[in-house]
Design a protein around this ligand. Structure first.
Ligand SMILES: Cc1cc2nc3c(=O)[nH]c(=O)nc-3n(C[C@H](O)[C@H](O)[C@H](O)COP(=O)(O)O)c2cc1C
Length: 400
């Protein structure tokens, strides 16, 4: 056993104890049943991850509305109809003391056109891509309904036996769309000032809390910034984080970027930042000086040394990883035992700048690894990037 910081247990302010400080950040799996029910493939995947020793596993984003989906075969929890399947998921995952938290999301305008021809958002600001349809602004009554739906999903998480729930407030999805002045042009109480733009997420938190009570851990994943001119800034993020801290959040996870500017997977960072691994470390240091809520940092962590140093600095309480869990499902055990001390994932370079600069293969390549584990196979770190390109675009690889 190593005596690294990440091996130590941690008690959240609500009294819930987590066995170590290593977390799998949410990864959309795309292997649920077509109607959004947790599948046998998901049970297999999460059982394997559960055996992998992490303190917390966040599910991939679970949808609150079946008419607005982030990708195909995503889990849905708009009512209790799949409760038995969520119970199986929680049981199969948590056998070895790992905690499973449900990440809850609505894509807003970031729902691909083949799934959503009539997306909704804070306002009618569309994505700058023909892959997405033009959104219409939500009516006030629809906003109230959505707030209720996030609460319902959190209650499904609690009733299933999961140990927590997390709002997806990052990466340009609906909560992000409300927070950003670039996508929120509303002139009612849901737009304009930062206080108004933050109302949606704060009301969601209250709705969830009123349904699950004070002892069930609730968290949020939030952007340090959107990395776009005129969008949600670092200063604004710090103010919203303070509001969430005051509201009673149990865990705040810091990430960054949107699917227009994919900072969350490192496409916006300088090489020097990537060398230091954690992309948003400078931001979390500033946040720690402002609030007491436990903090988790995700994006870029790959080595035992960087994780240990980050935790030892006191600026965060949990290290989160995404892509390493797709290739190394046993990453937490291996870190803790010292069996392996670095978990680098392939760079996924095709050699064609137009493809490589956007990071467009990052999500599907890693999702294909999850599908393999769902079938009981091992991940394949040598999976051909062009095979993934051809599958997702339906086009042949360009001749270079
Ligand atoms: C396949 C894939 C799916 C993802 N799905 C989600 C998601 O559902 N919710 C979320 O908050 N982030 C999602 N992310 C982002 C990751 O949680 C994480 O923030 C990002 O990969 C950076 O961490 P890493 O450098 O350790 O991979 C996804 C990333 C990948 C690669």
């Amino acid at each position: 056993m190593s005596d690294h910081q990440f091996s130590k247990s941690y008690t959240l302010p609500c009294g819930v104890q987590v066995k170590n400080r290593i977390a799998k950040s949410a990864l959309s799996e795309g292997i649920a049943e077509p109607e959004g029910r947790p599948s046998e493939a998901l049970f297999n995947l999460y059982e394997r991850w559960g055996q992998g020793g992490a303190g917390i596993l966040f599910t991939g984003n679970v949808m609150v509305d079946k008419d607005h989906l982030v990708n195909a075969n995503v889990m849905i929890a708009e009512d209790e109809s799949f409760l038995d399947h969520y119970k199986t998921l929680a049981d199969r995952t948590q056998k070895d003391g790992t905690h499973l938290w449900m990440q809850i999301n609505h894509p807003g305008r970031q729902s691909p056109i083949y799934l959503d021809k009539a997306p909704v958002s804070a306002s009618d600001v569309g994505m700058p891509s023909r892959m997405y349809a033009q959104p219409r602004p939500l009516e006030e009554s629809e906003i109230e309904d959505l707030i209720e739906r996030y609460g319902t999903a959190a209650l499904v998480a609690k009733k299933s036996g999961m140990k927590g729930a997390q709002i997806h407030g990052a990466h340009g999805y609906l909560v992000s769309q409300f927070l950003s002045p670039l996508t929120n042009k509303r002139t009612d109480k849901w737009g304009g000032s930062l206080e108004n733009r933050a109302r949606f997420v704060l009301e969601i938190y209250k709705s969830m809390r009123s349904k699950v009570g004070s002892e069930f851990p609730l968290g949020i994943k939030i952007n340090s910034a959107d990395f776009q001119r005129g969008a949600f800034t670092e200063e604004e993020s710090m103010e919203v984080i303070q509001m969430l801290d005051e509201a009673g959040m149990d865990l705040i996870e810091v990430s960054g970027g949107t699917y227009e500017r994919a900072a969350m997977v490192g496409t916006m960072q300088k090489e020097s930042t990537k060398m230091r691994e954690a992309y948003f470390m400078d931001f979390i240091v500033k946040v720690r000086a402002l609030i007491k809520t436990p903090l988790m940092l995700t994006g870029g962590f790959r080595s035992a040394q960087a994780m240990n140093e980050a935790l030892a600095s006191g600026s965060l309480d949990f290290v989160g990883m995404g892509r390493p869990f797709c290739v190394f499902p046993n990453v937490a055990n291996d870190l803790i035992s010292g069996a392996q001390d670095a978990f680098h994932v392939p760079d996924l370079i095709t050699g064609v700048d137009k493809i490589d600069m956007t990071g467009m293969l990052q999500t599907p390549w890693h999702m294909f690894q999850l599908a393999r584990m769902g079938k009981g196979l091992d991940p394949d770190p040598d999976m051909d990037v062009w095979m993934v390109y051809e599958k997702i675009t339906g086009k042949k690889r360009p001749v270079v």
